[in-house]
Ligand binder design. Structure first.
Ligand code: TIU
Length: 220
């Protein structure tokens, strides 16, 4: 067991049963012309998470520990897109419409790809999901249980949407989550802070919150 400093108390990392989860580091959320910008967001705010996540990713790869990347998006025929998701709000473009990086949030489009800085490598799981949470309508739980994974180091965007949904779902399924604050980001700094505080409050009601530096220090 490796002790990692975290809030609200140390995270007991089990090297044989831990995986790194990189949630939705896609061009559609992180780059101009994608889904995130179509919602009216300044996408540059998400970029703070890239370098810290690169550091953690490199360490997991060096150790040969499992890495799982998720991508939010839909089938090209949009058969898995609920009208309730497609029609909500007043975005400049809707899911499935053609933007500068191809069809928004559609599998196979350039915008659906993970940003090059954090691109998956051979042997890493890439999981496509139609919702915000990573367990809904996916085989993530099967993949984790098949490998005996019981702990997740959680990174990704955005903190209060897909990261929050996923951490809560993981916690309910019995997985222990260490969410790395600097490896997550939001279009709304106040939501980022609040979501992180909610995770670790009440004795880690959803999970632990730490920093990438604390994890890397503990790993030596
Ligand atoms: N809009 C927003 O903040 N996020 C999403 O729609 N998806 C994810 O968080 N990945």
């Amino acid at each position: 067991m490796i002790t990692v400093k975290a809030d609200p108390f140390a995270f007991p990392l089990d090297p044989d049963h831990v995986a790194l989860l990189c949630i939705d580091f896609q061009r559609d959320f992180m780059e101009a012309g994608g889904f995130g910008e179509s919602l009216g967001n300044d996408v540059s705010t998400l970029r703070t998470a890239i370098e810290p996540t690169r550091g953690v990713l490199a360490e997991f790869r060096r150790r040969g520990w499992p890495v799982i990347h998720t991508r939010e998006g839909h089938r090209p025929d949009l058969a898995d897109l609920f009208p309730a998701k497609r029609d909500r709000g007043n975005p400049s473009l809707r899911i499935g419409e053609e933007g500068p990086m191809g069809r928004l949030l559609v599998r196979g489009s350039a915008g659906h790809e993970i940003i090059p800085e954090l691109a998956p490598v051979e042997g890493e799981v890439v999981l496509d999901k139609p919702g915000k949470g990573s367990f809904y309508a996916t085989d993530l739980e099967t993949i984790l249980r098949a490998r005996g994974i019981t702990q997740l180091v959680v990174t990704g965007v955005t903190t209060e949407v897909c990261v929050q949904s996923t951490a809560r779902e993981a916690n309910d399924r019995g997985f222990e989550c260490l969410v790395l604050a600097d490896c997550t980001s939001s279009y709304f700094p106040e939501f980022h802070e609040s979501a992180l505080r909610m995770f670790s409050a009440q004795g880690a009601i959803v999970g632990w919150v730490g920093q990438s530096g604390q994890l890397l220090d503990a790993l030596g």
